[in-house]
Design a protein around this ligand. Structure first.
Ligand code: TSJ
Length: 644
């Protein structure tokens, strides 16, 4: 600090502020893992999005550089460089070095600010080993740089320009173990996919802005551009990609009240899953909140009102529930408000109570009008909701029956389950095995201490094409639900699961991959918690056994086979045996190649992009034949080893 002569008392305060961020980063960005790291990018991009929402910027470019830095460029007015009256320093410096001094300061700021719960760019600066800001304004290029939030030199002019805008490039402070500073982040690796999903979402939520993501790391440059003139209407169309919809264009409305804006788009498809996403100030609220409650309640009310008025619902019928009217519904609800209050465990639930009646009134108003003006649309929606209600009633009865059984019979576990003796779920594995013969080998070959086997007979039900009542009537599905423990759908409780590894062990052929996809579809639709917690795995049986003299070697792909044959030489004629199915292996071979934790390799099924997974399952399992055929032709290999 001694070299920096301009530090007076207020600057010391600045340093103390940013020191607090470095001491307790979790307080400001949630965590210092991959999530926290990505929040840095969102925080900077949010500043540029604010400029776009104010109407002064159209393009935002994000670049991931080889050296681990991220660069964000916008074509806005350029961050003000004039002296901030209170701080006596250039405004851009104040924003990057003082806590809570974001775009909102100085009267002329923006109406609503996104920002990751508005922590501000100074937090990113504090947590960066290095940060450089360039401002293009009034024909000049201004620049300033920082190290862990400390100013390296005063704002200076470094050249001339004919454009305007702001550029921030930062190098996150990653723990390396070698530098004198301990570092902040456990990892410095930015995931293209994660950023891709978030920027796509940002572009949907803020119509017209263009966000470009460029990845310059690695040999092949990757590039994605997001811009949607339709905004959340396009978002809903995207959610319904390849689905059959009840009507052509999403219903859309927008309204402003008391300085808050409410926007929603919705469209039903003929499927059975609800896909309603809610956002507050561009932040996804997976736990919902007042905006979502207002929306869903109004929806049910509008549908019931119309049904009663037009005698589609008879006097004796009970009201359709919210879940009934949300079956097959894709919708996006986005509110922007002055002072968002986030609640809940992960701060992912909107708490502002004034928002609920606002969203309720606007939704009621719009839907009533749309139904009145489009009787055929209204009829299609009501028919769908009425059959949803019937199926729900049937499913409830089936569920009550299973529950009662469970309470009465002491050993409720399915008969064909060969359970393990260990009781700590974290140590337990269950293998779902296709067919009785492979099931037999697996039962014999396993380590019965911690490995359970559940053989599955015949075809697994395609849950994409049937409602809950039929899902619950299926024997294989019932067996899985009782074996796993922990309930499913809305009642799922990971703490009651009996196994923390659920392994799909199917043949390495077309049928095997089909069964695997059916299983994954079932987990994704009815046990999403299993995938989110990383409990689902795909076993990797070998493709070949190579015998030469006394040595035996298993390989898992054609590439591995060629490589191994090159290694040992082909002249003394090694014996290559191709496995077509698990059933061809002896119990011992199955253990030694696929089940023994010491040698096996398994894929863990992950869910980076829930929306992409939804579309993939729709595509693979849904009704529309042509897009599926195209997809499978183009991605034959991917379908064979699907990593959701
Ligand atoms: F904050 C930041 F440094 F991280 C950052 C800010 C990063 C990036 C990529 C962009 C920005 C940013 C800020 N872009 N545009 C602006 N605009 C303003 O800050 C601004 C411009 C003009 C006026 C005005 O009243 O004339 C007011 C503001 C707040």
């Amino acid at each position: 600090m001694s070299k920096e002569t301009h530090y007076d008392e207020s600057n010391i305060q600045i340093l103390e502020g940013l020191e607090a961020v470095r001491r307790r980063p979790g307080m400001y960005i949630g965590s210092t893992d991959e999530r926290g790291l990505h929040h840095l990018v969102y925080e900077i991009v949010d500043n540029a999005v604010d400029e776009a929402l104010a109407g002064f910027c159209k393009n935002i470019f994000v670049t991931l550089h080889e050296d681990g830095s991220v660069e964000v460029v916008d074509d806005g007015r350029g961050f003000p460089v004039g002296i901030h009256p209170k701080a006596g320093r250039p405004a851009v410096e104040v924003c990057l070095t003082m806590l809570h001094a974001g775009g909102k300061f100085g009267g002329g700021g923006y109406k609503v600010s996104g920002g990751l719960h508005g922590v501000g760019a100074s937090v990113v600066n504090a947590l960066s080993r290095h940060l450089q800001v360039n401002v293009y304004q009034d024909g000049k290029i201004y620049q300033q740089e920082y190290c862990r939030g400390k100013i390296l030199y005063d704002l200076k002019v470094i050249g001339e320009t004919d454009r305007t805008g702001t550029t921030v490039r930062f190098w996150p402070d990653v723990k390396t173990g070698e530098n004198p500073e301990p570092g902040i982040f456990e990892t410095g690796k930015f995931e293209f996919e994660t950023l891709h999903v978030r920027f796509r979402e940002m572009a949907f939520l803020n119509k017209g802005i263009r966000i470009t993501l460029r990845d310059k790391r690695g040999a092949e440059e990757r590039y994605e551009e997001f811009c949607y003139e339709g905004g959340i209407r396009s978002f809903v169309e995207f959610l319904n990609t390849n689905k059959t919809c009840l009507f052509d264009t999403p219903i859309y409305f927008e309204g402003v009240k008391d300085g808050s804006t409410v926007e929603a788009a919705l469209q039903w498809n003929d499927g059975y899953t609800e896909n309603v996403l809610s956002f507050a100030n561009n932040i996804h609220t997976p736990e919902g909140g007042t905006h979502l409650v207002g929306f869903r309640t109004a929806l049910a009310r509008a549908v019931n009102d119309y049904g009663r008025k037009n005698r589609i619902l008879k006097e004796a019928d009970s009201n359709l529930t919210i879940d009934d009217v949300c079956e097959g519904l894709a919708a996006v609800v986005s509110v922007k408000l002055q002072e968002p209050q986030f609640e809940g465990q992960t701060k992912a639930k909107l708490g502002n109570s004034e928002i609920r009646p606002m969203v309720y009134a606007m939704t009621m108003d719009k839907l009533s009008t749309v139904f009145e003006e489009n009787p055929s649309l209204a009829r299609a929606v009501l028919d769908k909701c009425v059959s949803a209600a019937r199926a729900r009633e049937a499913a409830r009865k089936a569920r009550d029956l299973t529950r009662r059984k469970t309470a009465l019979e002491s050993a409720a576990l399915p008969g064909k389950l060969a359970d393990c003796s260990e009781r700590d779920p974290a140590k337990c594995e269950i293998f779902l095995v296709e067919g009785d013969s492979a099931g037999g080998s697996a039962k014999e070959g396993r380590d019965r201490h911690f490995q359970a086997i559940l053989p599955l007979r015949g075809k697994i039900l395609n849950v994409e094409k049937c409602r809950m009542d039929r899902v619950l009537a299926n024997d294989e599905i019932k067996a899985m639900i009782t074996a796993f423990g922990g309930g499913f759908d809305g009642e799922f409780d990971p703490n009651k699961l009996r196994y923390h590894r659920i392994v799909c062990m199917t043949d390495a052929d077309v049928d095997g991959s089909h069964i695997r996809i059916l299983l994954l579809t079932f987990f994704f639709r009815h046990f999403p918690g299993l995938i989110e917690n990383g409990y689902v795995y795909i076993a990797q049986p070998p493709l070949y056994k190579i015998t030469k003299g006394k040595t035996e070697k298993y390989v898992y792909s054609d590439e591995q086979l060629q490589k191994y044959l090159d290694e040992i030489g082909r002249d003394s004629k090694p014996d290559v045996q191709r496995y077509k199915g698990l059933g061809e292996m002896s119990a011992h071979q199955l253990w030694a190649t696929t089940m023994d934790p010491a040698v096996r390799s398994m894929y863990r099924v992950t869910l980076k992009d829930a929306l992409a997974a939804d579309q993939l399952f729709t595509l693979l399992m849904g009704d529309q034949v042509e897009p599926r055929r195209e997809f499978i032709e183009q991605n034959a290999r991917l379908v064979a080893d699907l990593d959701v």
